[in-house]
Design a protein around this ligand. Structure first.
Ligand code: NDP
Length: 484
């Protein structure tokens, strides 16, 4: 089993760095509430050291060929896969998510991102546009210094989903993980450098929102990529706007999952479970408003309750466990607050929503029914294991209700009527849609939101456009004339 204690708080210019002047942040294992490590928040000197290292290292990195850069990223991907078990254990220590999940979803998806963007790096190009004898060519250039700021639900994945495309395009990165989960990003940095990444190109600094705020408003910074909540997104976007910095915003959601009468029942129940309870419900794209058509609702609720009763809320390090605790005491309290509101506003709790009599931040998976569109639990992002069932009659009605939200991260439809499925996803206001599945996020597909759920896309070739810019070069071969 990996020792979760970090070597030091920060990773700057290719090496671990400690500075105990910064406020201490205890690392708490969510499954037991025990303190398993300690890091120190970055002081202004640490922030400046990280930014300066990135700024200094970036030009030489950008001058390498894409193939050379990609080779290093792909080597890092292989190293991550080779260390998958220990990295998964660390992710479990950081987040409390069961090892059964982390073994297949965290370091593995980080490795996928490094491999995918490593593979793309050598084929990044501009284009050529002919105008008679003259022509324009475009040069794809890196943005420069990118800041990444992460949420606490997928600390390894977020560190790589931002780092891999940034580095592939020739940028340098300073990454700040959530103070709730400071461990995993340090390992991503360590592996990248062991794989041959030159010093200074991927730095990690710890801290709370004030460190993030210092990073996003620093004049050295060219781009900010945030994964976080809408209120933080608003602040970060505004700070970035001051310096006309590029942004990627991966924010929250209140996504609809729509189950029609003709859906295959077991698949629809599986979809609802994956859309609400994987990672104990702490996933931005979760389909937490589960619209169930009248005819299938009793059978759906029955099978959902039966299957949830078989969830194993055990030691997350035991691979037989498949449901973990909330990431923190604070997050558990927030979720419990929503459950209390749901009850007070008249929703009926079918099962779950209670603490377990053991240390740590455990909450059993909760299902509400008789939920109406105006209730708090149907409107606000909960970010915990709380599923709301809302009943509907027909397609037009459910479409209007599903879109009646300021968010637009994801949406899902379960039906065996394929024309209807495609009609629905065409009309659903969401960046990522699912038909007869939910929450798949392969690196090859764009991921991101519309409306208040975000700006830009992560993953896929689309991410390249968010980590590079085009310079146009006009070349005249014909005779140049002037009016006088
Ligand atoms: P927060 O918005 O609270 O924090 C996100 C990150 O931003 C943290 O590292 C935080 O630091 C930092 N931060 C806070 N204030 C500022 C600031 N003023 N300037 C710069 N950085 C700041 O989100 P959570 O960590 O609580 O994560 C949950 C949220 O993330 C949910 O809303 C969820 O939907 C969203 N999310 C979105 C995803 C997506 O891809 N769309 C994926 C995963 C989560 P610290 O926490 O250390 O104070």
């Amino acid at each position: 089993m990996i020792d979760p204690k970090p070597t030091a708080s920060h990773f700057i210019n290719g090496a671990y760095v400690e500075d105990t002047e910064g406020a201490a942040i205890d690392v708490i294992y969510p499954a037991t509430g025990e303190v398993i490590g300690r890091v120190h928040s970055a002081t202004p000197q640490i922030v400046q050291a990280a930014l300066a290292a990135a700024k200094a290292a970036q030009p030489a990195w950008a001058a390498m060929t894409g193939t050379e850069r990609g080779r290093i990223l792909r080597r890092a991907a292989d190293m991550m896969r080779a260390q998958n078990r220990s990295l998964s254990e660390l992710e479990t220590y950081d987040t409390g998510k069961p090892l059964q999940e982390t073994l297949v979803a965290d370091a593995t998806s980080a490795a996928d991102a490094l491999e995918y963007f490593g593979g793309l790096a050598g084929s990044l190009t501009g284009e050529h546009v002919q105008f008679g004898e003259d022509f324009v060519y475009t040069i794809r250039e890196p943005l420069g210094l990118c800041v990444g700021i992460g949420a606490w639900n997928y600390p390894t994945q977020i560190a790589a989903w931002k780092g891999a495309p940034a580095l592939a395009c020739g940028n340098a990165m300073v990454f700040k993980p959530s103070e709730t989960t400071p461990l995993c990003a340090l390992k991503v940095a360590e592996i990248l450098h062991e794989a041959g990444l030159p010093a200074g190109l991927y730095n990690v600094v710890q801290g709370l929102g004030d460190v993030g705020a210092a990073l996003v408003s620093d004049p050295l910074v060219d781009k900010v990529s945030l994964t976080g909540s809408l209120p933080t997104g608003r602040k970060v976007y505004a700070a970035a706007a001051e310096g006309m910095r590029h942004v990627t915003m991966e924010l929250g959601g209140k996504s609809p999952l729509i189950i029609f009468d003709d859906a295959e029942l077991e698949a629809a129940v599986s979809g609802a479970i994956l859309a609400n309870f994987y990672s104990s419900g702490q996933i931005c794209s979760n389909g937490t408003r589960v619209f169930v058509q009248k005819g299938i609702k009793p059978a759906f609720l029955k099978r959902l309750s039966e299957r949830l009763a078989t969830a194993v809320l055990g030691d997350p390090m035991d691979e037989a466990s498949n449901f973990g605790p909330m990431v923190s005491e604070r997050q558990r309290d927030i979720v419990e607050g929503f459950i209390a509101k749901g009850k007070a506003e008249g929703a009926r709790l079918v099962c779950g929503g209670t603490r377990l009599d053991r240390p740590g931040f455990w909450l059993t998976p909760a299902v509400f029914t008789d939920v109406t569109d105006q209730m708090t639990i149907a409107k606000e992002e909960i970010f915990g294991p709380v599923l709301s069932v809302l009943e509907f009659d027909d397609e037009a009605e459910v479409l209007a209700r599903a879109n009646d939200t300021d968010y637009g991260l994801a949406a899902g439809v379960f039906t065996q009527n394929l024309p209807r499925a495609h009609r629905m996803v065409k009309a659903l206001e969401a960046g990522t849609c699912y038909i007869n599945t939910y929450n798949d996020a392969p690196v090859e597909a764009p991921f991101g939101g519309v409306k208040l759920s975000g700006v830009g896309r992560e993953n896929s070739k689309a991410a390249i456009n968010h980590y590079s810019q085009l310079k146009s070069v006009y070349v005249r071969l014909s005779q140049l004339e002037a009016p006088y």
